[in-house]
Design a protein. Sequence first.
Length: 85
Amino acid sequence: MPAMKRKTRKPAWDAGKVHALRSHLGLTQQEMAEELGTRQQTISEWECGQYKPRGASARLLTLVAERAEFAYEAAGKEDAADQTK
């Protein structure tokens, strides 16, 4: 019998959460970019809401947040529906 993958809830990284994480870490956009291996412009675009982190970037932010004991909420489809009410 194949092993079943357990679905995990991923945090929805929006502009506010990215900025809050960076502030929690006490980093400038440039410093956070260097830590994540990305450009300062990318951090700025996330924080302005121009783009959202996705894929490996979102996972990396989640790992950084967990290690830094940053309180964020995981959002699933049900949570997103509740937020529109």
